[in-house]
Ligand binder design. Structure first.
Ligand code: LLP
Length: 393
């Protein structure tokens, strides 16, 4: 999605009620085909798209039709995926706190496997499966204790995080599973964090998995059908036009080079942000320009309820004024770009250079395809944002 294309949509955007998400499904198609091309080079490599990044039905359908499975973290996500064409056996289910009804739903539907995060959870899954007369496929999420160079709120693979089973306990949990007739142990699952741009973080994960696999082999546990390495590949938030498609080549090559799979073993990925992040924009309208003592504010009609990332993580998104395009007016004024919510953290950017902006101008907040719409809330009794795709324009 280039700036030019967004500019081209300006007239159509003008007719729509703001704020709204806009998904560039042409860019999504291109992104999906790059991923497909990289994963198809390797026998047994498969991507389960991390639905938490964006669960917009049109986006989900497109991803499903491109041949990907789904990584879900709630019963709601499983339902949404089933409704949008994902076959149950293409769905994996993760999360530290699966409720009984969610486990039942997953077993009833016949999902591919559960990513299990603790022994108490394993026991509940086994109990429910026995009651339902089913066999539950389980994969264990192992905390690899590998740090990632990313925001502390979105690193997950350290021993101090709540996720996964300590690597020292791996053999024990597999043995427990082997003693439970209603569960089948199928694999190992890992995830070290999100928005990771340094390939050596993934390389470190590969070394750790290799070590663990050696340990399993030494203990005589031969049958590990799947290795699931989670997601985490980041996107270029600063330059969405220059880098609309993440560096999938380096990402997948890292796994091809450093991960030692055993014969017949399948490798699963759970990318979310890298798949959809650059495809989404949030279109918002400038309500007021407010001159304060030390600052000039652009007050827009989107708030942290529509896009939570800046308020929650201090995330930076590229912002453009579509109406006074920088092609015509240089970005020359420093603004704080803020929303209407009654919270000081409802700020999209501080001291941000934009061309002179006026009431009524359309602004676009870029790279919000992932963890944008899915994290929207109704705080202040606001409506959830609408969403459109290229086909709707
Ligand atoms: N697999 C597991 C087990 C995960 O926990 C996650 C993300 C993914 C896959 C997908 O990760 P991705 O490829 O998208 O990095 N709301 C935050 C991001 C939270 C990520 C949570 N887990 C944000 O807006 O940055």
């Amino acid at each position: 999605m280039t700036k030019r294309l967004l500019q081209d949509q300006k007239e159509r955007f003008e007719k729509l009620k703001t704020p709204f998400y806009y998904y560039d499904t042409d860019l999504l198609a291109e992104t999906l085909s790059v991923i497909k091309c990289e994963t198809d080079k390797h026998e047994g490599w498969h991507l389960h798209y991390a639905v938490k990044a964006c669960a917009n039905p049109k986006v989900l359908r497109q991803i499903q039709q491109a041949g990907f499975g789904a990584d879900c973290v709630s019963g709601g996500e499983i339902r949404t995926c089933l409704e949008n064409g994902f076959p149950a056996d293409e769905i994996v289910f993760a999360g530290v706190g699966k409720a009984d009804w969610e486990i039942e739903l997953a077993l009833e539907a016949g999902i591919q496997y559960f990513n299990v995060e603790s022994i108490p959870e394993l026991e509940v899954i086994a109990e429910i499966a026995t009651r339902m007369n089913k066999i539950a496929n389980v994969s264990f999420r192992i905390n690899p204790d590998v740090g990632a160079h990313t925001h502390s709120h979105i690193t997950t693979g350290l021993a101090e995080n709540k996720f996964g089973i300590a690597k020292e306990d791996m053999l024990h949990v597999i043995q427990v599973a082997e003693g439970l007739p209603s569960v089948r142990f199928v694999g190992l699952h890992f995830h070290i964090g999100s928005q990771i741009l340094q390939m050596d973080d993934f390389e470190a994960l590969c070394y750790r998995i290799n070590e663990l696999q050696d340990e399993l082999e030494a203990a005589g546990i031969a049958e590990v059908h799947n290795i699931n390495v989670g997601g985490g590949l980041g996107i270029d938030y600063d330059n969405p036009d220059e880098n609309p498609i993440p560096d999938f080549k380096s990402y997948f090559e890292t796994y091809a080079k450093y991960l030692k799979l055993r014969p017949g073993q399948r490798l699963h990925f759970e990318l979310g942000r890298a798949v959809v992040g650059q495809c989404g924009s949030l279109i918002t309208r400038c309500l007021y320009i407010k001159q304060a003592k030390q600052k000039q504010f652009v007050i827009v009609d989107a708030g942290m309820t529509d896009l939570m990332r800046p308020a929650l993580y201090g995330a930076k998104h590229h912002i453009q004024n579509l109406t006074s395009s920088i092609f015509h007016h240089p970005s020359s004024i420093k603004y704080d770009i803020v929303g209407p919510i009654c919270e000081s953290s409802d700020t999209f950017a501080k001291d941000y250079l934009l061309p002179e902006s006026r009431r009524g101008d359309l602004l676009v907040i870029r790279s919000v395809g992932a963890y944008g719409e899915t994290m929207a809330s109704q705080y202040n009794c606001r409506e959830l944002p609408q969403a459109y795709t290229t086909a709707d324009m």
